[in-house]
Each structure stands twice: as structure tokens, then as C-alpha cells.
Design a protein around this ligand. Structure first.
Ligand code: NAD
Length: 487
């Protein structure tokens, strides 16, 4: 059994509302993508469960919203400690439900611990900042500034980093004093169910955190439309982001959106080639490429192209793809059949469009079941092809050459997205100059995709509205109030 709670009628309870575990209606079939076998069923919810959850969150809000930052910080620390105590189990759940290798699942769980700890610190710092005086150009008035929680918030998350995307929303929402209704992905509910179990044990007051598992239409849509929800924070695809925004518009809800990406890794002529190849593989094949931050466009200085491609091919073909639970496996399975088929379609369309397949593009030999794909590299990808322009969300890199710094920047910025970018160069001033010119919310220089809770997550253009992490992640769940008094 993966979760500590007993199943109800053969399905795991998928609703945690007002401090109680409840069984919903429709069963969600949860699979292990590495074996295609069913792990278990989760009894998901619907609009009625959303109504119940919003009601519970609304009832809990007045007391939680008025609690001190210190009290909320202490709760967040208990959640971080609970996650740390179940670290090994959560790593297994991430690997089994999502298909990612154990080492990557461990990074996810540690990120969750770091995020709750960071927002515990921010929550604790709020009390001394509350009601600070505002300097005014008049002796006749005084003013003070308050930061207040915005109310009941709806959090909707995808399947690629279950628990991590949740922590990036949930920790700052609780720190701010909001009460929460969380909808995890129907594809990967198990890590969030375990997290809910940890929260249930943490002593958080009933109704502050509510979880409703279910599909996008049964649960996500009514949550996005609910008039009792003050703010929505959504991570997922652009297509669903548009729908969430449209529903939120009906009651003028605030929205934070973390959506897709089509990011670039830029390799300049003075770059360390081995480092460049490692970073290209990390940016393209980590999490089997199912990352909004995948640097799936690799731009290489023309004079390096031949040698770079030769080394990239060798490295990509050496990546050990297989059972995520086997130590030493570097790339696991894609999350489900739909995603596998979607990526295969993109590969076929790329070939039709005239791109040259350097390596990969097929199931690895010896893996007859599970949603596995070989690390795939294309070159000579037409600039107007879907492979170059659209988010693939699979282990597929597209390599092109450039002749000047300006051309590299223009190629990278020529996208409707602007989430992240990576620059590899031995010339520090060039790397900094290029980083400044790239339209992206986060740029790494000669570095893997390290993420700290202190630095913001989010991007330009159609990648995001708002920023997560850092103080910006907290501010997303706060209202600003000024009180001005005549003296
Ligand atoms: P998705 O948009 O299909 O689903 C995301 C969530 O929205 C799920 O919980 C889903 O059930 C729910 N949903 C679906 N339809 C809905 C509706 N009509 N109303 C409300 N909710 C609905 O995305 P996915 O396939 O789960 O995840 C992959 C996508 O997520 C990719 O496009 C990726 O780029 C994006 N993503 C972005 C970031 C980021 O930080 N920018 C991070 C991770 C994933």
C-alpha cells in the first residue's frame, strides 16, 4: 500500500475537507508509468466537494487570517519536519507515480522541505513588519501599511513536479494567512495525498487546508469559477490557463499563472564543451524533458557545432533509461500514454518538417512496456516547425548554430514564451550581457537548473502571470492595506 490511510470501497479517499478524509464519487485510476500497471484508485470529487471545501476554507479563514505570522511559521516548520520524516516514502511515491528516477525524486522532496522552511521564516518575519509607518509629506496625517491575506485561495497544479509545484503555492499561501483548496493533477495525486496526511498530523486547524482530487472538468473548473475563492494560482498548460483565466474573470479573481516554455541554452565559442553537453542533457532530459523550463532549443556557436553534436550524441546515447526505482537509472518514463503519444507525434511531425534526427526518437531497446523514450536530438530544425516553436514536454532537444551573439539572442527571444534560459561561456562579461538581453524570468550562467526558494520563478510573455517563490510568491497571496488617520 502506498498511502497510510486505508482504502474505502477499494479506492483511496481523495478528499480532505475540514480536517476529515472523505471519499468522493468518480474513481481516478492511478498508474505506474514505468510498468503501465495500476497502482490504485483514488476516489475523486466534483463540484459538490469543491463547494464543501470552499465552505470549510471560508469558515476557517477569519481565525487563520488573524493568527500571528509566528504561529503560521510554526505550522509550516511542522509540515517541513513531517515531509523530512517521510522523505524516503515520498521519494518512492514520486518515482512510482510520476516515473522519475529516485535521484530526481529526492531533489523534489528536498525542494519541498526547503520551500516550507523558507516560507516559515518569511511568515515569522511578518509580525514586525505589520503596521509599519509610512512617511508622508504632511504633518496632518499618519499612515500605516498592513499586508493582509487575500482570503480563500484555489491552487491547481500539474503532474510533472507533483508536490513541488504544490509547495511553491501552498507554503506562501499558508504563510500569508490564506486558507486553501488544493486540486492536484488527476495523473499524480499520490504525493499530494501523502502531503495532506502530513498536514493532517501537523496540527493545522481544520479547514485551513483542503484537498480535492479529481479531473480538471469535475474539480478544476468549478474551483476556478467559485465566487467564494478570492484568488487562483494555477500551474499547467497554456490552453487550460486561458480557461482558468476566463472563469476567474467572471468574479474578478486575482490569478497567478505558471504556464509553458520554449527555452534556450546558448553555447558560445569560448564555452567549455563538456560542461555545455552536460547542461544540454540536464536541460533537455531531466524529468524526461517534462519540464516547463526545458531548454529544448540548443543554440551553438557555428565553429563548435560539429564537435558539440558529436559529444552530445555520445552522451545522449549513454544515458541509462529504465526503471525509475533502479539505482543509477538517469532517465525514467514519461508520465502516461497520452504524454508518450503526444511526444511521439511531435517527433514524427519534426521528421515530416525536414528536421534531421541525430539520435533517439524511439523506444529504447529492451524496454517493451512502460512509457519510455530514448533521449532524442534533432538538428537542422526549420524555424517555423512545431518542433522548434511549440513546447514538446518530452526528452527532445533541437540544436541550431548561430554566427553572432546578436543572432543567438534573437533566436532565443523569438518565442511566444519567456520562462528561462541558460548561457554557457568562458567570458563572464559576455555571459552577463547576454543574460540581461534574454527575455526570460530566470537565466543560469554555466550552471545547471538550480532553483532556490529565495529567487523568483516565472517568466515573460505567455509563460506566466506573476512570480512564485521568494517574497514575490508570498505577495501573490497578500492584499495591501493602508490606514490614513488625521492627526
Ligand atoms: P494541464 O493544463 O492539462 O493541467 C494542469 C491542471 O489543471 C491539472 O490539475 C488539471 O486537472 C487541471 N485542469 C484541466 N482542465 C481544467 C479546467 N478546465 N479548469 C481548471 N483546471 C483544469 O497541464 P498538465 O498536462 O498537467 O501539465 C503540463 C503543463 O504544465 C505544461 O504545459 C507545462 O509547461 C506546464 N507547467 C508549467 C510550469 C511553470 O512553472 N511554468 C511548471 C510545471 C508545468
Amino acid at each position: 500500500m502506498l498511502n497510510s490511510r486505508p482504502p474505502h470501497n477499494g479506492a483511496l479517499a481523495g478528499l480532505y475537507i475540514d480536517g476529515q478524509w472523505l471519499s468522493g464519487g468518480d474513481s481516478l485510476r492511478v498508474i505506474n508509468p514505468a510498468t503501465e500497471e495500476q497502482l490504485l484508485d483514488v476516489a475523486g470529487g466534483d463540484a459538490v466537494a469543491v463547494e464543501q471545501a470552499v465552505r470549510a476554507a471560508s469558515a476557517a479563514f477569519p481565525a487563520w487570517g488573524l493568527s500571528s505570522g509566528g504561529e503560521r511559521g510554526a505550522c509550516l516548520r511542522r509540515i517541513a519536519a513531517g515531509v523530512a520524516a517521510r522523505r524516503a516514502r515520498l521519494i518512492q511515491l514520486q518515482a512510482r507515480n510520476n516515473g522519475k528516477p529516485l535521484a530526481e525524486a529526492a531533489i523534489d522532496v528536498d525542494d519541498v522541505i526547503a520551500t516550507f522552511t523558507y516560507y516559515a521564516e518569511l511568515a515569522e518575519s511578518l509580525d514586525v513588519q505589520q503596521d509599519i509607518a509610512v512617511a508622508l509629506p504632511s504633518a496632518e496625517f499618519s499612515a500605516r501599511l498592513r499586508r493582509e491575506p487575500c482570503g480563500v485561495v484555489g491552487l491547481i497544479v500539474p503532474w510533472n513536479f507533483p508536490m513541488v509545484t504544490t509547495a511553491w503555492k501552498l507554503a506562501p499561501a499558508l504563510a500569508a494567512g490564506c486558507t486553501v483548496v488544493l486540486k492536484p493533477s488527476e495523473v499524480t495525486p499520490l504525493p499530494e495525498l501523502e502531503l495532506a496526511d502530513i498536514i493532517a498530523e501537523s496540527g493545522l486547524p481544520a479547514g485551513v487546508f483542503n484537498l480535492v482530487c479529481g479531473t480538471g472538468l469535475a474539480v478544476g473548473a468549478p474551483l476556478a469559477a467559485h465566487p467564494g475563492v478570492a484568488k487562483l494560482s494555477f500551474t499547467g498548460s497554456n490552453a487550460v490557463g486561458v480557461q482558468v483565466m476566463q472563469r476567474a474573470a467572471e468574479t474578478i479573481k486575482g490569478v497567478s499563472l505558471e504556464l509553458g516554455g520554449k527555452s534556450s541554452l546558448l553555447v558560445f565559442a569560448d564555452a567549455d564543451l563538456d560542461l555545455s553537453v552536460e547542461l544540454a542533457c540536464g536541460g533537455g532530459f531531466f524529468n524526461a524533458g517534462q519540464m516547463c523550463s526545458a531548454t529544448s532549443r540548443v543554440l551553438v556557436a557555428a565553429e563548435l557545432l560539429e564537435e558539440f553534436l558529436a559529444r552530445l550524441q555520445v552522451r545522449a546515447e549513454a544515458i541509462r533509461v529504465g526503471d525509475p526505482l533502479e539505482p543509477g537509472v538517469e532517465m525514467g518514463a514519461l508520465v502516461n500514454q497520452a504524454q508518450y503519444q503526444r511526444v511521439c507525434r511531435h517527433i514524427a511531425d519534426g521528421l515530416d518538417a525536414g528536421a534531421r534526427l541525430l539520435t533517439g526518437g524511439e523506444r529504447p531497446a529492451g524496454l517493451s512496456r512502460g512509457y519510455f523514450l530514448r533521449p532524442t536530438v534533432f538538428t537542422e530544425v526549420p524555424l517555423d516547425s512545431a518542433l522548434w516553436r511549440e513546447e514538446i514536454f518530452g526528452p527532445v532537444l533541437c540544436v541550431r548554430s548561430f554566427v553572432s551573439e546578436q543572432e543567438a539572442i534573437e533566436l532565443a527571444n523569438d518565442s511566444e514564451f519567456g520562462l528561462v534560459a541558460s548561457v554557457v561561456s568562458g567570458d563572464a562579461s559576455r555571459a552577463e550581457r547576454v543574460a540581461n538581453a534574454l527575455q526570460a524570468g530566470l537565466v543560469w550562467i554555466n550552471a545547471p537548473q538550480v532553483i532556490f526558494p529565495q529567487t523568483a520563478w516565472g517568466g515573460y510573455k505567455q509563460s506566466s502571470i506573476g512570480r512564485e517563490l521568494g517574497p514575490w510568491g508570498l505577495q501573490a497571496f497578500q492584499e495591501i492595506k493602508h490606514v490614513i488617520r488625521a492627526l
